[in-house]
Design a protein around this ligand. Structure first.
Ligand code: PLP
Length: 425
């Protein structure tokens, strides 16, 4: 019996002993196609020689130096790289060890900014239903995944909640896409008004919704409207790109495709591609400048921020993505994957929707296509799909979410950017 507190306390997972390219090997010698990159993490696949070499070199040079004394060459170079490729003006970088930590840091930075500029009355965040922003208390509070929140709800800060942009279920019969988008923006405006816009710190949203809904892109113009509303009231916009960012959707940042620039953006998973635990917050320079001229200190910090091993690995990952021009490849392989999914499952009686962007695809499962009725949660369909795929040597990321207050099942696919058409087949 394992001493580890595994995700399930009723079973011990397989032991992974090796990995190469898009495959992970277990202790029995069985190979699995990593079709979800873990949880949309493994963007370069496994054991990429350039990343391994960079990690070895960094181990020889410097493994760790506390950031209250030192910066490091690897961290400085990675921050410069991220700033050079960030949306306009977002050229300040705060390093963390992962996604939830990035969201926590973004929430606190946003709050501190308003305290520093003399607007301490801003104390509330607004976020969307059916979203996931992490499992630490602040991130869980802004998240709208009811199943994850339920038992911790009494510990969580109050958050203003609005509907997600989820066309498959949210757009009404006869409603145009534009009318649906305007309806969502009116709901957001009404929420700001209800709270009092001068009390809102930031609106937090995933540009393409990942874990809770399964690769749901926004409708055209939705985020432009969000940006306008936030600007109207001086509210910050935090884009959570922990899952959909760092190239997953075919551009380095998903929000680029919406033509808007957030104030803060959280990134993680694909930043280090799983080679090391690392995340970051990209921040508009004015925000950091205001704090610099005020207290001069972001009142936050963890022991492992800017860890040299992590930043060296992430730098190598990002350089390979750029050198090998993987963004066009993500777009073309993503289109190929989407066509293959449509051809194979598009007419399946229990597939309600196939959606996504780049190499980030979601398949929503329904009991009935016409009514979009969901399966009974007792069936644990998503768990059974995961087990069956695993038995067949395929790693997919299925989730049972909440759909209109009821249970829903979807399967997320997020293969490494190096996936070939033959692999997709
Ligand atoms: N934000 C989003 C959008 C995520 O998808 C996740 C993880 O899936 C997180 C935050 C939390 O990241 P982590 O699991 O690295 O703490």
């Amino acid at each position: 019996m394992s001493h580890i507190i595994h995700r399930s306390l009723q079973s011990t997972p397989l032991t992974a002993v090796g990995a190469r390219g898009i495959h992970i090997m277990d202790a029995q010698g069985k190979a699995y196609i990593d079709a979800s990159g873990g949880a949309a993490v493994s963007c370069l696949g496994h054991a990429h020689p350039d990343v391994l070499a960079a990690m070895h070199a960094q181990t020889d040079k410097l493994a760790y130096a506390h950031t209250s004394f030192f910066t490091s060459e690897a961290s400085e170079e990675l921050a410069s790289h991220l700033a050079a490729h960030a949306p306009r003006g977002m050229d300040k970088v705060y390093f963390t060890s992962g996604g939830s930590e990035s969201v926590e840091a973004a929430l606190k930075l946003a709050r501190q900014y308003f305290v520093e500029i003399g607007q301490p009355e801003r104390t509330l965040f607004v976020a969307r239903g059916q979203s996931y922003h992490g499992n630490t208390l602040g991130a869980l509070a802004v998240g709208g995944n009811e199943w994850r929140r339920r038992q911790f709800a009494p510990l969580l800060m109050d958050v203003g909640r609005v509907s997600p942009c989820y066309e498959y279920r949210g757009r009404q019969d006869g409603e145009s896409q534009d009318a649906y988008t305007q309806r969502l923006l009116q709901e957001l405006d009404a929420k700001f008004q209800e709270i009092g816009p001068q009390r809102v710190i930031a609106f937090v949203a995933e540009p393409v919704v990942g874990a809770t809904l399964g690769a749901v892109p926004p409708t055209p113009g939705y985020f432009k409207g969000v940006r306008e509303l936030c600007d109207r009231y001086g509210i910050l916009f935090i884009a959570d790109e922990v899952m959909c960012g760092m190239g997953r959707t075919g551009t380095l940042h998903a929000v680029e495709q919406e033509g808007v620039v957030p104030d803060l953006m959280t990134i993680a998973k694909g930043l280090g591609g799983g080679y090391q635990p690392i995340g970051a917050v990209l921040v508009r320079a004015e925000i950091i400048e205001a704090i610099r001229q005020g207290s001069g200190l972001f009142q936050h910090g963890h022991t492992y921020i800017g860890h040299p091993m992590a930043t060296a690995a992430a730098l190598a990952v990002q350089k390979v993505i750029q050198r090998d021009q993987l963004m066009p490849q993500v777009r073309s392989r993503g289109a190929y994957l989407m066509r293959a999914l449509q051809a194979k499952f598009g007419q399946h009686p229990h597939v309600g929707d196939i959606r996504g962007r780049g190499l980030f695809c979601g398949i929503e499962l329904v009991r009935d296509r016409a009514s979009k009725a969901t399966f009974d949660p007792e069936l644990k369909l998503h768990a059974r799909i995961k087990a069956q795929a695993l038995a067949n040597g395929l790693l997919v990321y299925p989730m049972g979410g909440t759909v209109d207050g009821r249970h829903g099942d979807h399967v997320l696919l997020a293969p490494p950017f190096i996936v070939s058409e033959a692999d997709v087949d």
